[in-house]
Design a protein around this ligand. Sequence first.
Ligand code: HEM
Length: 409
Amino acid sequence: MTTATQCPFVARSLPGDGTPLTPSPTLAAWRDEAAFVPLDFQDGHEGLVATRYDAVRSVLEDPRFSMRPGRMPVGPDGAGSGDSAAVPLEAAGDLDEAGQRSDALNLLNLDGEVHSKLRRAVTARFSVRQARSREPWIQAMIAREIERLRTLDRDIDVWRDYAQPISARTHCHVIGIPEHHYETFVALFVEESTAQQKYDFIRALLEERKNNPGEDVITDLLNNPDLDRIEVEGLLRLLMGAGRDSVAYLIATASVALLTNPEQLGTLRADAEKIRPAVEEFMRVGAMFVTLFARTALEDVEIDGTTIPAGTSVSVSPVAANRDPEHWEQPEEFDVERDAFGHLGFGHGIHGCIGQQVARVEIREALTDLLASFPNLALVDAEQLTPQPFAHPVAVYEAGHVLVRLGED
Ligand code: HEM
C-alpha cells in the first residue's frame, strides 16, 4: 500500500493545451503515472487529482469525501483557471441576509443528510418518466427554433443561435417559469446579473406561482411541507443556473464532433434511431468537466491501494476517465455506434447530475432536428478547435462559437 503524498517540488496545475474533442496529453500522462497524482489548489493547498476511471468513480461514491471547503484547482495560467465570478454561486457581495442563507444551501457545497433532503425534494421532477413526458413539448419548441434559424440570413452560431435558446426554454418549462418571463430569465441567468437580482426574481415568481400550480419544480417545492422558504429559494437559485450552459455546450460540441467526422455523421444520417446511444458517445468524448468540484477526505481513505490522508482535497477528471484505456476500447476513437453508457460526463454517485435525463432529451432532439432539417449543413469555424480559457475555475471547457452554413438553396 502507498500513501499519497504531495511533493513540494513537483507543483502541478491543470493543463490548458486541450480542447473538448482533443484533451491535453498531460491528462493521459497523469493517468499512466498513478491513480492519484499531485495537484495544486488556488488557496495554496497541495492536493491530488484522479484521472483513472475506477478511481474517479470510487471517490464520487464515497461519503468519506466532503464537498467542503470547495477548493478550486490552479489553472494553466498558474493562478485561477477561469472566471472566478462564476464559482458555483457568485460571492454574496451585498446580497440580503435571506439570500446569503439560501446561497449556503447550494447542493454542491453540502454533504450528508442536509444534502439528501434537499436533493430528494427535486429529483422526482427529473426522472426518466418525467423527461419522457416532456418530449412532445421539447420537439415542438425545437421545431420553432429551426424555423427561426431559417429566417436568419447568415451563417449560424449553433451555440448561441440554437443551443442556448433550446436549453434556456427547456429550463423554464421544467422549472415552471412562465413564458412571459422568458426574456427576464435570459437577462438574469444566461447574461450577467447580481445574486440579489436573481433572488428578487425568484421571490416575485414564487408569489406569482403560489396560486397557479403546474407540472413543474416550483409547484413541487411550494407544496413540500418539509421545506422552508430559504431552502426553496436556494434550490431554485441553483437549478435556474445549473446545467443550462452544459446542455448548450453539449449540443454545440456534438455538432463539431459530427461535422468534423463525416463518416460518423453519415452513420447518423443513414439511421436516425442511432442518435439515442450516440448521445452517450457525445457525452463521453465531449465531456466538459476537465475536473469536478474537489472533494476533501474527512478521514484517511484507501482507494486502489493508495491511502489519501484526511484533509486532502481530490479533484477528479471525467474527461480523463472517459478516455481511460483500462475501461474503454480505443478510447480516442469517436464512434457513435459504441456502447458509451457508464461515461462520467454527468458525474456519478452522491452528487451525480440531477438533470441528466432531460438533458439527454434536449441534446437528442436538438441534433436530430438540426441534421434532418439541413442535409447540407457544413462547419465554417469553431472556436473550440483550438484551446480556449476554461469557462469556470473547476476547469470546464468553453463551447465557443460554432459557425455553420445551413446549406439551404
Ligand atoms: C449536458 C448537460 C449537463 C451536464 C454535462 C451536467 C453535468 C453535471 C455534473 C458533472 C455534475 C456533478 C458535479 C460534481 O459532482 O462535482 C452535475 C450536478 C448537477 N447538475 Fe448537471 N449537467 C447537465 C445538465 C443539467 C441540467 C439540465 C440540470 C437541471 C435543470 C442540472 C442540474 C444539476 C444539479 C442540481 C447538480 C448538483 C447535484 C448534487 O449536488 O446533488 N444539470 N451536473
